[in-house]
Design a protein around this ligand. Structure first.
Ligand code: AMP
Ligand code: ZN
Length: 459
């Protein structure tokens, strides 16, 4: 089996082959650090953390996720709060890593910061001016989109149509409306660095091009980010990088996650429906948020609601219930591997819904096992699956200790269901019904289906 990924540029799912055998490089556009990350921002962090974990099983992966720590939004936050820029960026970089850590996101191998790569950016911009792909105008340096024939190839846009359709309020110093800023002048109060074009600061797109080249080379294997970044951010990164590197391909595979909405609405500050990870983790376990984010396939839209969280909590209760009370020896746990079908689902364009179905099938088998050795063996496989997906990282007893007092645990529920099924099989319907009533009184609804009995907590 080969890993398959949906490549935005080719517009289809393709077999993934790294440029260099055994080694993979991946770059994910990270946050602009001027406030806390909301759960939408957490989606790419969690999804591509999972991809990194999947890739590491087979390859020597170098994964970079940057911090954009120079940006007009940061400058505005500094003016608004009266806090120095460095203090703001330091605060939110730490918060980002803490919050993502709570969601089981492992630290990437490299976390480059834009402000520590200004020399690389200046050098790249200089090379683009030199090669005729960029020009200086009014203290700015702009990329000339007409100098790059493939401009628009990633986002499937036609440059001529874009130019024709441009609105009139285009900056007067631009040759074409789509030309984008790589360097802009700074006033004395704003952050700035000396350059051949005067004291200034970089545009956003050049930051990623320069950091990716510095840490991962001219051509990287995988470039990831949210779908909103395809145009213009990634299109512009691609144009700059290829032109600065003699046409060498910039990223061999482009993967983009779909958007998260909130109760069917766009998440936005003006609608007041922004949920910050920083706040949510105070009342909801990080693993619940992680599983909720992985519940839908990463390219599909994901609607977030109270129910998304509750459903993820129920799912984790089931998984924890299946490993609870089983003492797995350390050596057995270390040697265990997730089931092939679960790995295959993840390797098939990160098919998390399928992978979770496999995980539940495993939990079901584990719950049914009566032999102690078999229970141990299956629990070890469950834990190995959890390690791969970033789930089941808490001690089961502690997990259930976090439960509301008096609530039946998943284990108790499964045991009662088994008892009911045994009673029914023995035609003792009175006992069967009594157990159903007992569960209903505890807020558990059960449903008998072709593949057995399922349950859920009724709200
Ligand atoms: P930003 O700080 O806005 O640049 O966003 C950081 C990352 O979060 C980018 O990869 C965005 O594509 C992604 N992102 C922002 N909002 C959402 C959302 N509502 N759903 C999914 N991803 C998002
Ligand atoms: Zn980027």
């Amino acid at each position: 089996m080969t890993i398959h990924l949906h490549d935005t540029r080719q517009g289809r799912k393709v077999a993934f082959e790294p440029m260099q055998e055994g080694k993979v490089t991946m770059y994910l556009c990270g946050p602009t650090v001027y406030n806390y990350a909301h759960i939408g921002n957490a989606r790419p962090a969690v999804v591509f953390d999972l991809l990194a974990r999947v890739l590491r099983r087979r390859f020597d992966l170098t994964f970079a996720r940057n911090f954009t720590d120079v940006d007009d939004k940061i400058n505005a936050a500094s003016v608004e709060t009266g806090k120095p820029i460095d203090e703001i960026t330091a605060q939110y970089m730490t918060a980002y890593n803490d919050d993502m850590g709570a969601l089981g996101v492992l630290p990437p191998d490299i976390e480059p910061r834009a402000t520590q790569h200004i020399d690389d950016m200046v050098a790249m911009i200089g090379a683009l001016v030199e090669s005729g792909n960029a020009y200086e105008a009014d203290g700015h340096v702009l990329f000339d989109v007409t100098s790059f024939d493939d401009y628009g190839s990633l986002s499937k846009r036609d440059l001529r149509e874009m130019i024709a359709g441009a609105r009139v309020e285009v900056a007067p110093y631009k040759k074409s409306p789509q030309d984008f800023v790589m360097w802009k002048p700074s006033t004395p109060e704003l952050p700035g660095w000396d350059s051949p074009w005067g004291r200034g600061r970089p545009g956003w797109h050049i930051e990623c091009s320069a950091m990716a080249a510095r840490h991962l080379g001219d051509t990287i294997d995988i470039h990831a980010g949210g779908q909103d970044l395809i145009f213009p951010h990634h299109e512009n990164e691609l144009a700059q990088s290829r032109c600065a590197h003699d046409g060498a391909d910039f990223a061999r595979y482009w993967v983009h996650n779909g958007f998260l909405s909130m109760d069917q609405e766009k998440m936005s500050k003006s609608l007041g429906n922004v949920v910050l990870v920083h706040d949510l983790i105070k009342s909801v376990p990080g693993e619940v948020i992680r599983l909720a984010l992985l519940g839908a396939h990463y390219r599909q839209p994901l609607d977030w609601s109270e129910e998304t969280i509750k459903a993820a909590k129920r799912m984790l209760d089931r998984l924890y219930g299946a490993v609870r009370g089983v003492d797995v020896p350390a050596a057995m746990r270390a040697a265990a591997e997730p089931p092939e079908a679960l790995v295959a689902a993840l390797e098939d364009d990160i098919n998390t819904p399928k992978a979770m179905a496999e995980f539940f099938a495993l939990a079901k088998t584990a719950n049914k096992a009566s032999d102690a050795d078999e229970k141990q063996r299956l629990a070890a496989i469950m834990l190995a699956s959890g390690d791969l997906m970033g789930l089941l990282q808490t001690d089961p007893e502690e997990w259930f200790a976090g439960h509301v007092e008096g609530e039946l645990s998943a284990d108790d529920i499964e045991a009662l269901i088994e008892k009911r099924n045994a009673a029914r099989a023995a035609k003792d319907f009175a006992t069967g019904d009594a157990i159903r009533d007992q569960l209903a009184a505890a807020g558990i609804t059960i449903e008998d289906g072709a593949s057995g009995t399922s349950w859920r907590r009724s709200e």
